[in-house]
Design a protein around this ligand. Structure first.
Ligand code: UTP
Length: 471
């Protein structure tokens, strides 16, 4: 069997070891360990399919908007939603569901120094994202009498910092034994000739393999087996940047289970045609998400006979995954491997003398997997509508749309709505935002219903005013 170095040479990737002689023993060992992570056959395949000939035009194929299950206020059957809700409640009571946060991104747009989950996000207490999710998961566990397992996918870059942070905060009240952190895989960046780039003389330019890498990471790190051992068949997937998300949503879970679906996704109607959300479509008869950058503007703007956008079903990156489906799509040669996508990037590297190079223009390609690419492989996949105001307000950018400010405002509007529904209407502006900060701990109420119940039980409800925190 050829040595690792030989196999890199045979694959035309010997440049990875160009500076090996100059490295000390520790640095050599680290470089060899990084090289051992790389699947050279996979890199060769990606170079052939995604690199040669440049970025291929996206093939739309035979495309129509995907059908979805509408909310009762948009024409859905209230009775069917009631049945779904009951089925989801039963599944949660039976302990069949676990929560799953993908937190392996680099968060470059936010520009925050540290794992994104540690970013303070709530309006009064400045709780970090991880605390918001932990408290929602804790509250749901108490409500259903079955504490939930919580899987968190980290990256090599932020794993230790994430673990140390959660430990320092005593797992925000959760049972340590039910919180499972694992690292996602990495992929090497290549130059436009397909050569694997070095970031430093002793380090390969490796980056996280995308949120679609979640599925392989779940299988590789034993999460799927743990789910089986614990009687969990459904995984509730959400992103680390969205504090409004219902970490486990009984009606969504019920639709998924009653429909015998292997993967289900939430949708919100796009707020305006050019909104940067993926679109749920049927492509060649199979459910798929088409990114906003791939769907021609004319289609994004197309209006149907009912006066609504035809391609209005936007993806907000909330999914349910069946355990055995994860096992199936991650099995080698299953025929259902997720496709990689290429992204041209400015990748810090070294020149022939080993000196650092910080390119001003893209100098290579990173390969990433997207989780929604699993949908076409799923049996009976479903798209279920949700109310944006109760499920989606991501923190992506430092300023402007999808920023800490817009997310804070959405949290304030939610608290005001819940208070109004419970009969304590605070004053609000035209956008529904109260004049002062109000925050509801998930442990007080994690949706309108649990909030209302708790509020009405208070012997003396507090005055609704500046800086209110309900705990
Ligand atoms: P984004 O696409 O917003 O990427 O990730 P990002 O890396 O967080 O942010 P930018 O683009 O650098 O500004 C959406 C979700 O997918 C996770 C992120 O942590 C976030 O929850 N993700 C992304 C991963 O877990 N791994 C990845 O490789 C990429």
């Amino acid at each position: 069997m050829p040595s690792l170095i030989d196999s890199f040479q045979q694959a035309g990737q010997g440049q990875v070891f160009a500076f090996l002689d100059q490295l000390d023993a520790g640095a050599r060992a680290r470089l060899l360990a990084e090289a051992a992570e790389i699947d050279l056959a996979e890199v060769a395949r990606l170079n052939r399919t995604l690199l040669a000939g440049g970025a291929a035009a996206f093939e739309l194929g035979d495309l129509v908007p995907a059908p979805y299950e509408a909310l009762p206020e948009h024409g859905g059957s209230a009775e069917a939603w009631g049945r779904a809700r009951a089925a989801g409640d039963a599944a949660l009571t039976a302990g069949r569901v676990a929560a799953f946060t993908v937190a392996g991104g680099q968060g470059t747009r936010l520009g925050y120094d540290g794992p994104k989950g540690t970013f303070p996000v709530t309006p009064v207490m400045a709780k970090p994202l991880f605390q918001v999710f932990a408290e929602k998961i804790l509250a749901a566990g108490r409500h259903y009498g079955r504490p939930l397992h919580w899987f968190i996918k980290t990256s090599h870059q932020n794993h230790e910092a994430t673990e140390a942070y959660l430990a320092e905060h005593r797992w925000f009240g959760l049972d340590r034994g039910r919180v499972h952190l694992f690292r996602q895989g990495r992929m090497p960046a290549v130059d436009f000739q397909g050569k694997i780039l070095l970031e430093q003389p002793g380090a390969i330019a490796l980056s996280p393999d995308g949120h679609g890498g979640s599925l392989r990471a779940l299988a590789r790190h034993g999460a799927v087996d743990l789910m089986a051992a614990e009687g969990i068949d459904t995984l509730s997937y959400f992103q680390v940047d969205n504090p409004l998300v219902r970490c486990v949503d009984p009606a969504f879970i019920g639709w998924h289970l009653l429909g015998g679906s292997e993967m289900s996704s939430k949708t919100v109607p796009k707020a305006y045609p050019e909104e940067k959300l993926g679109h749920f479509c049927l492509r060649g008869g199979r459910l798929a998400v088409i990114e906003y950058s791939d769907l021609p503007l004319a289609l994004q703007r197309e209006v149907g006979l009912d006066g609504q956008l035809r391609y209005r079903a936007g993806s907000i990156a909330i999914h349910l995954l069946d355990r055995e489906f994860i096992r199936r799509v991650t099995r080698p040669n299953s025929g259902s491997e997720l496709p990689f996508h290429r992204a041209e990037k400015k990748i810090p590297t070294v020149d022939a003398a080993g000196r650092p190079v910080r390119p001003a223009q893209p100098n290579g390609v990173k390969f990433e997997l997207f989780v929604f690419d699993a949908l076409p492989f799923a049996r009976r996949p479903l798209v279920i509508e949700t109310r944006r105001a109760d499920d989606f307000s991501p923190v992506k950018n430092a300023e402007g749309v999808d920023s800490p400010q817009t997310c804070r405002d959405d949290q304030l509007r939610q608290a005001a709505r819940w208070l109004a529904a419970a009969g304590a209407a605070p004053p609000v502006d035209a956008s529904g935002r109260p004049p002062w900060p109000i925050e509801v701990s998930p442990l007080f109420g994690y949706d309108e219903e649990t909030f209302g119940r708790r509020w009405r039980q208070l012997p003396a409800p507090p005055a609704v005013g500046a800086g209110l925190y309900l705990e």
